[in-house]
Design a binder for this molecule. Structure first.
Ligand SMILES: Cc1cc2ncn([C@H]3O[C@H](COP(=O)(O)O)[C@@H](O)[C@H]3O)c2cc1C
Ligand SMILES: O=C(O)c1cccnc1
Length: 348
């Protein structure tokens, strides 16, 4: 509880002076002002985050949290639950979507077990298991209030370790069969959306399956009555351990002046919770891509952020965040390496 509170309390505004400096430099570079669009915006945001007008973005990592879901037993996901435990070690081996994209971007991948339904230790994966999956939210709360706080604190601790190890850009990822169900529930609660409006195929449901999934979400929200004025209550009642841990990772980055790159729809749910816990955390977020899940539009309406890419991706894992690492580095590289009008000898 202490770490949770102190992390939330230590998030500050961005450094306005450095942002002004970065904006001034952008305006001197040989281009029409503003013509590099989001590349310029990112370079200025980074200056505000790091509190430096020149900074290094080369040391990058994805931190991916894995957990299982009791609501899986309701038939809301089309794949075997065992895929969670099989796939998370594969992230670290860099043979999955996020793994390959992280290799491509020269980034590292860390996997953290916060609640996978297995007894064995998973190779290469950090073991911070809370328990072997959440409870079925269609029958009661997914987890206790204390477990919800604990999941956030694990995210904070594991992310702080990466920041201590020198990572300067962190992307969040996840693995958890059925986790688009609690994701849609959280987005439904915060936007007062009908579950059917924010429920999609996840990892491959058919259209009947989507209707059933939305009904399960509706039932879970009605049964648990999460209090949207208390994000921890929402996480506890209709969330997931990896969703909480990603919320913690976002808060840790914000509290330590590190940019945090969002991924797909599951990370949007974590981002909503982080913003509800401290609105300043949003200033540290870099949204990567617009997930193909129908909840995306609604989630971005709530977040009031606009992602860089629309790639029709719906993988999760941290894949979109890893893909955007290159863009973030390009933002920094152009900002650093373009000449000013004066340096280029413009006379007109
Ligand atoms: C082989 C495989 C690899 C994945 N990697 C990410 N997910 C994605 O799908 C899951 C969410 O979708 P749903 O709610 O429909 O289960 C999460 O684990 C997410 O990371 C995967 C899913 C599968 C099947
Ligand atoms: O948007 C995502 O990240 C996503 C969508 C469906 C399934 N898994 C992840």
């Amino acid at each position: 509880m202490e770490l949770f509170k102190s992390t939330i309390a230590s998030i500050t505004n961005l450094n306005e002076e450095m942002m002004k400096k970065a904006q001034e430099r952008q305006d001197l570079l040989i281009k029409p002002k503003g013509s590099l669009g989001k590349l310029e915006e990112i370079s200025i945001q980074l200056a505000g985050i790091y509190g430096q007008d020149f900074y290094d973005t080369t040391k990058k990592a994805i931190i991916a949290f894995a957990g299982d879901h009791g609501v899986y037993e309701e038939g809301v996901a089309p794949n075997a639950q065992e895929i969670t435990k099989i796939q998370i070690p594969n992230y670290v081996r860099k043979i999955t979507g996020v793994g390959a994209l992280a290799r491509f971007a020269n980034a590292d991948v860390y996997g953290v077990d916060v609640g996978v339904n297995c007894d064995e230790l998973l190779p290469g994966v950090i073991n911070r298991k809370i328990r072997k999956g959440t409870s079925n939210m269609a029958k009661g709360p997914a987890m206790s209030y204390e477990e919800a706080i604990f999941s956030i604190e694990i995210g904070i601790e594991e992310t702080n370790k990466l920041i201590d190890a020198g990572y300067r850009v962190i992307g969040v990822g996840e693995m958890g069969i059925a986790n688009t169900t609690p994701t849609s529930a959280i987005i439904s609660v915060y936007g007062d959306y009908e579950p059917i409006e924010v429920t999609g195929i996840g990892a491959g449901l058919n259209s009947e399956g989507v209707i059933h999934k939305a009904n399960v979400i509706k039932k879970s929200i009605e049964l648990n009555a999460p209090d949207k004025n208390d994000p921890v209550d929402v996480l506890a009642k209709v969330g997931g351990f990896e969703i909480g841990a990603m919320t913690g990772a976002i808060l840790a980055c914000a509290s330590r002046n590190i940019p945090v790159v969002l991924d797909g729809v599951i990370s949007y749910a974590s981002a909503i919770l982080a913003i509800k816990l401290n609105p300043l955390s949003k200033l540290y977020m870099i949204p990567s891509h617009f997930s193909a899940e129908p909840a995306s539009k609604k989630a971005f309406d709530l977040l009031e952020l606009s992602p860089m890419l629309q790639m029709d991706m719906r993988l999760g894992e941290g894949s979109g965040a890893a893909l955007c690492f290159n863009i973030i580095e390009a933002a920094n590289f152009t900002y650093k390496n373009m000449y000013t009008f004066e340096e280029a000898g413009f006379t007109v």
